[in-house]
Design a protein around this ligand. Sequence first.
Ligand code: FAD
Length: 570
Amino acid sequence: MACAAFVSGMRGGEGERHVFCGVEFSRKQWEVPEPHLETFATHSGEHLIMEQNMPRSDVLVVGAGPTGLILALWLTKLGVKLRIIDKTAEPSTTSRALAVHARTLELYRQLDLADLIVARGHKVSAVRLWVKGEPRARVSFEEVGSDLTPYAFLQIFPQDEHERLLIATLEKLGVTVERRTELLGYRDEGSRVVARLRRSDGQEETCEAAYIAGCDGAHSIVRETMGTGYPGGTYEHLFYVADVQASGPAVDGELHVDLEEADFLAVFPLAGKGRARLIGTVRGERARHADTLKFEDVSGRIIDNLKIEIERVNWFSTYRVHHRVTKHFRKGHAFLLGDAAHIHSPAGGQGMNTGIGDAINLAWKLQTVLAGCAPDALLDSYEAERIAFARRLVKTTDRVFMLVTAEGKIADVIRTRLAPTIFPVLVKFGAFREFVFRTVSQIMINYRHCALNEGRAGAVHGGDRLPWVIASDVDNYEPLKAMIWQVHIYGAASPELKTWCQERGLPLYVFAWRPEYGKAGFAQDALYLIRPDTYVALAQRSGAVDSLRRYFEQRGIRAETLGRTQKHAA
Ligand SMILES: Cc1cc2nc3c(=O)[nH]c(=O)nc-3n(C[C@H](O)[C@H](O)[C@H](O)COP(=O)(O)OP(=O)(O)OC[C@H]3O[C@@H](n4cnc5c(N)ncnc54)[C@H](O)[C@@H]3O)c2cc1C
């Protein structure tokens, strides 16, 4: 990274003010200090040598679950020097998270992962609701989503296969997960972190990084060290998961959800004929014996209600579900992502996808700051953008979870009488179906509330996901494969804008106006500045270059350097 040299070249700009996410700061605050070895080499001579030689990286990624692996992949692609460690000897071998949502696949195009996952997994084209053994409503994802995303389906790809694919991709980029390497703790020294690790040979090691990323799951050591707590709770219900070989009307490649007086059950199709994942709740006396619970103890209802015949059980497990969000996603030079930051009920299969979204949101911000192209305050927008979504998600999944699992007479009536009557009526309305699809697929996520994003042109706001359009065989998501800042114009661009972008190496994509763009919400000739994570940073109706200049200046982002530092990611 060109960090130190570039930043020293910027010194002397004291007194200048910038505003980021509502926080005002002076340029002095975002200068990156030179490393001071002598400030921490105060111990014995032996210790001094060790610390002077301690391995350094820009980012220490703790945890090689899906969140840590995605962070490592995006950072590597962006040219950031990192280490990724995991305390386990091997990647996990259980399938856990199955659903890879449309928004994740859209972002996965940046690393050519989307097509691979679609080819290796299983596409679910519809969800069907059953009540007391009868199918009552069906929603086709294809019908609802084909104008909204290239991935108008629910993609099933088990987490263990997913992790293996990410590890192999990372290795191709030259980065290996350091296995059996455990973070024991770290201290934040203001301009860097010093971490204590236990390596596979049992030896302890001290290492240094500009930033530490806690992707270390629900029992995160990084979170413990940050002291940001994990407020929330644990549901009383016990969940079970079973991967089975089976047959019957509910093993037909679609997703089936069964609402009953007593319990809730979902049947997810897996790749391969007759393979399915069952997820259900266990309550009452049986829930108190989680350790000894067997598939036979819960399978009666499945066979009765959904008429599934089980041929073989490949995996059976039980787990309790938490709903928690940590108080802060950032403290000093440490960040929390994925299950280390938020955890929720599996309703909607949002957990893993949200961790992946965290990682992609943070990666380009870290790279931009490390390259000296933006002040450290850019990193505060990570928490501002992602904590709001995590809190909303926990609240929503909580409500859905309560609806499908609540006990008592009234709850039974709502679940088995009202919901099955109202739901089939609601799904007849296109707007309702679209709302459900947008929410579950995560294409609805936006960061409008954060000051990093600005403006509105047509129906598109700063902070929105860029609407996807194919018009005359031109896919406006094609340029988004590069993890770089870029400008889109739907219509015509002014000569001034063309020159301004060209001088700064900022790619400008001009799409000849078509009615499809208007239908998707774009305004003709307006300017859309897109961030490297494909969200709209600035939407400006007039398309004037001044707005672009002001956008970068107000946030302290050095537009003139972006073209230079974007080379890796193009
Ligand atoms: C049975 C089950 C079913 C699920 N189904 C779904 C689903 O359908 N959809 C969905 O989206 N989500 C689902 N989830 C949730 C999903 O599995 C998690 O959200 C996801 O694994 C979180 O990824 P992560 O990378 O944040 O954390 P993890 O996967 O927990 O990874 C954390 C990693 O950090 C490592 N680590 C921990 N501490 C240290 C340390 N001190 N030093 C070094 N390494 C450390 C761990 O070894 C681990 O590899 C399910 C979970 C379970 C248990």
